[in-house]
Design a protein around this ligand. Structure first.
Ligand SMILES: *[C@@H]1O[C@H](CO)[C@@H](O)[C@H](O)[C@H]1NC(C)=O
Ligand SMILES: *[C@@H]1O[C@H](CO)[C@@H](O)[C@H](O)[C@H]1NC(C)=O
Ligand SMILES: *[C@@H]1O[C@H](CO)[C@@H](O)[C@H](O)[C@H]1NC(C)=O
Length: 825
């Protein structure tokens, strides 16, 4: 429809231009202006001089009404950025759009009634309306020759779009605010429930409201961005800032390249979205949205609450604060918020504690001073008993200015790269903090001692090699238990009796079987207390196994992390050895990711969450637990997903742990999975934390693309997924890697970051690969990104060559995907 209009308008313009040349000045002079002598009929258009925008009549969605609006001219599909008569549609195509003699624009219906018009304070003799290449429709005085001065402009009367160059905010001279309001629905451009503002009270911040109720705030402007929108950063697409002058305060952004098309909208559900045009195939992609999650809901955790989306439930109190209504809090009613555990006593002299990594609390009602430094700011706040918190105003120049809060602190959340704030506390908190530190140190020392004890016992039993490992573990547990009944809860491995497991798994029935691990079947079970479990059995017939099985048990009992599968206990009964795990509702990642019918369940936010979770689990294994543990078989089928799609690394059957400074080893027995193994491991049997990093890179690419490295084929070349990714990356076409089912939840920034990080992880040389801590920081915030070098194993042939060069024979284990490469003797 649109193209037909354009064609029609082109020919219309061609004809009118010809006619105007022939018949004099009554007809249209140029394509981008409208004079009082002209009438724009339904079907006619005005096109800006560079051809970027077009103004005309349109019908949105499934509506039957006609509206006058502006949309992009060069982009397929009609993306309407402004609507004139949004509240007063025309019901048929007999409407017209006109510039009235004195300088008003009007939409007039078939019976000559004005259904919409502009008003301006001034009237002029020879007005002219022009559609500028910015998308701004302006009315000006054609006799006036001074600097740009519009009688009226659509940029001051926006609908739901903020275009480059528009000012969102306040003009204090005219006391007029420019704000966006959402459409009612896809079919109806009339004013919806939601608005977005640049709120200048206190210190400027962007706010999204539903009616009068505040729903989201960006956090105060800090010179570089907004503390609550960590993803809005200096980028290659657009620049942005909040401008504060005596008579105006506004937010605006400007595109950095003319070739890039980007817009900001407020959608019908009150979500601010930054869109960027990629190409005809991908269309518009969402680059940023806010709010992003429940922690962005205004005041979600109440006064002095701190929302952390990584926690479940997300609400907690700030340090040194306690729930005001502990019972309600338990029931996840956070509305009452938190109070200081020690009440303030200003007369005794309060102190300020620094809290870091937060979105700063609501600044409406706060005070600021641009000339004070942080020290002066603190001194000033301390003197006034009703000043509750302070911080720097502008962090861009290493911190300057002073921002002060009076009263309760609302809407605080944990954000990556968040800001610091100093909060008033009773002076007695200083002591209790010291006490706590000592207590923590004592506990750490005790636990550390016990781990050492457990380890030495384990080593002892390993050396003697006679004792059953699990029994040894039990003994070491009970030994430490005698020593310290209280502190070993974390290390204790409960013993399940065979009867209860038999009952729970319905006598290990085939219906309850959920998989086949490397050493035997895995069953789902239901304990009498209603808890769902997964029971992993060591089958008596399994050749490979006993060692791996014990290894798994000993490895995982020492580990506790949100992103590692939790071992609940074990059962050792004669020949039967079993491990009992928490049951994972969503099974393993590969079953969803590589299934074309199910993979859309994992939208981008979930996938990014999974990638980050795996990274954190791996970091814990590599450096945060007391030992360095190398997993050696990281792959999609070893990532389990709980009911909330939280990833848990599982299968520690071939993991290796190191103590002290040892971080790498060589093995004659290469075990791992084809497609995930790093070259140095597959070829030379060398493994280190960096071989896990390689597997992580492969896994992250699989999650992004929805394709498995093993099964990847391409019609144009015989590269594997790594090679394909590398080729596209070099050609600047990385985005083509993204799983096509993710278009709804596209996040350009996170996706590009993920691709880049993955390629860094799969580099040929282990030394070039980043550590997991670097991976995590790059995934979350960007930071410094070196350029990746060519990945290892990037064609199918390379892998095969590597296998034959070591003259190995491969043994496909019971778990079809894990292969064992053994050196020929
Ligand atoms: C505010 O409005 C006044 C009056 O229309 C105008 O002169 C001034 O330029 C406006 N200020 C800004 C910054 O737009
Ligand atoms: C608004 O945007 C959010 C996030 O992109 C999306 O989840 C929601 O469905 C959108 N609402 C509508 C009505 O399109
Ligand atoms: C403390 O600051 C508040 C807010 O500026 C002010 O109203 C009050 O008068 C001040 N109190 C004192 C004792 O200075």
């Amino acid at each position: 429809m649109n193209t037909r209009w354009n064609e029609r308008s082109m020919s219309f313009h061609f004809i009118t231009t010809v006619i105007s040349v022939l018949c004099g000045p009554r007809m249209l002079q140029a394509m981008d202006i409208l004079t009082p002598a002209q009438v724009l009929k339904d079907g006619d258009t005005i096109i800006s001089s560079g051809g970027d925008f077009v103004l005309g009549f349109f019908t949105p969605g499934n509506s039957k009404n006609r509206y006058v609006g502006i949309w992009y001219n060069k982009i397929k599909g009609r993306t309407v950025v402004w609507v004139a008569n949004r509240e007063t549609p025309l019901t048929n195509t007999s409407g017209t759009f006109k510039l009235i003699e004195t300088g008003f624009l009007a939409v007039i219906d078939g019976s000559n009634r004005v259904v919409w018009s502009t008003n301006s304070s001034k009237t002029v003799q020879n007005p002219v309306a022009q559609l500028l290449d910015t998308g701004n429709l302006v009315v000006k005085d054609s006799d006036y020759l001074g600097p740009e001065n519009f009688l009226w402009q659509s940029f001051e009367h926006p609908t739901d779009h903020l275009l480059p160059g528009m000012k969102l905010g306040w003009n204090f001279t005219t006391r007029r605010e420019v704000y966006l309001s959402s459409w009612k629905s896809y079919d109806d451009p009339s004013t919806g429930d939601h608005t977005i503002h640049c709120d200048p009270s206190g210190y400027p911040q962007l706010t999204i409201k539903k009616g009068d109720a505040l729903q989201f705030r960006s956090g105060a402007w800090n010179g570089e961005g907004f503390s609550g929108v960590p993803n809005l950063r200096k980028n290659t697409i657009y620049s942005f800032e909040v401008v504060m002058k005596e008579n105006e305060i506004y937010y605006h952004y400007e595109l950095l390249h003319h070739s890039v098309i980007s817009r900001y909208t407020l959608n019908e559900s009150g979500v601010g979205q930054r869109w960027t045009w990629v190409d005809e195939t991908h269309g518009w992609v969402i680059y940023l949205t806010s709010p992003t999650d429940s922690c962005d809901t205004y005041g979600f955790c109440g006064v002095h609450g701190s929302c952390n989306i990584a926690n479940s439930p997300p609400c907690g109190c700030l340090d040194r604060f306690v729930p005001k209504d502990p019972i309600g809090w338990e029931r996840t009613d956070w509305s009452k918020g938190c109070v200081r555990r020690t009440p303030l006593n200003c007369s005794k002299g309060d102190v300020f504690f620094k809290y870091s990594g937060f979105k700063l609390p609501d600044t409406r009602g706060s005070l600021f001073n641009v000339s004070m430094n942080l020290e002066e700011c603190g001194a000033f706040c301390l003197k006034n008993c009703s000043c509750m918190a302070y911080t720097s105003l502008d962090i861009s120049k290493g911190g300057s200015g002073c921002l002060l809060w009076f009263g309760e602190l609302v809407d605080i959340r944990v954000v990556p790269g968040g800001e610091s704030i100093y909060i008033r506390m009773a002076s007695s908190e200083i002591d209790s903090k010291g006490m706590k530190l000592i207590l923590v140190m004592v506990i750490l020392a005790l636990v550390g001692g016990m781990i050492m004890l457990g380890l030495s016992l384990m080593l002892y039993f390993k050396k003697t090699r006679k004792t059953d490992h699990l029994a040894a573990h039990r003994r070491s547990v009970s030994a430490s238990k005698q020593k310290d009944e209280y502190h070993d809860r974390e290390l204790e491995l409960p013993i399940f009796d065979l009867n209860s497991l038999t009952k729970a798994t319905d006598n290990f029935s085939i219906q309850n079987k959920i998989g086949e691990g490397g050493f035997g079947p895995v069953y789902k079970g239901l304990l009498e207390n209603g808890k769902e479990i997964a029971v992993k059995c060591l089958s008596q017939t399994s050749l490979q196994g006993v060692d791996e099985f014990k290894n798994e048990a000993s490895c995982i009992t020492k580990l506790q992390h949100r992103n590692l599968v939790r071992l609940l206990g074990c059962c050792s009964h004669g020949e039967e050895n079993m491990l009992v795990y928490e049951y994972m509702t969503n099974k393993s990642l590969d079953l969803i990711l590589f299934d074309p019918l199910k993979n859309s369940v994992l939208d981008w936010p979930k996938r990014f969450h999974v990638i980050n979770g795996i990274a954190r689990g791996l970091l814990y294994l590599h450096q945060d637990s007391r030992l360095t543990i190398i997993h050696r078989d990281l792959k999609a089928s070893n990532i389990l997903l709980d009911s909330d799609m939280n990833p848990k690394i599982s299968d520690f059957g071939i993991a290796r742990s190191f103590g002290g400074n040892e971080t790498a080893a060589k093995t004659r027995r290469v075990i791992g999975t084809y497609g995930y193994m790093s070259p140095e491991y597959a070829i030379d049997g060398l493994f280190s934390v960096k071989s896990d990093v390689f597997s992580f890179g492969v896994l992250a690419l699989e999650i992004l693309t929805g394709m498995s490295n093993r099964g990847f084929t391409h019609t144009d070349h015989n590269l594997n997924l790594l090679g394909h990714a590398w080729t596209l990356y070099k050609e600047g076409r990385s985005l083509e890697l993204v799983d096509p089912c993710l278009t709804e939840s596209f996040n350009l920034n996170e996706m590009l970051r993920t691709i880049h990080v993955s390629l860094l992880c799969v580099q040929q040389n282990p030394k070039d690969r980043p550590s997991m801590s670097a991976v995590i920081s790059m995934l979350s915030s960007g930071g410094f990104f070196p350029s990746p070098k060519q990945p290892g194993f990037f064609t199918e042939r390379e892998v095969l060559a590597a296998q034959s060069s070591t003259r190995t024979n491969s043994v496909i284990s019971a778990n079809e995907l894990t292969i064992t490469l053994m050196e020929a003797r």
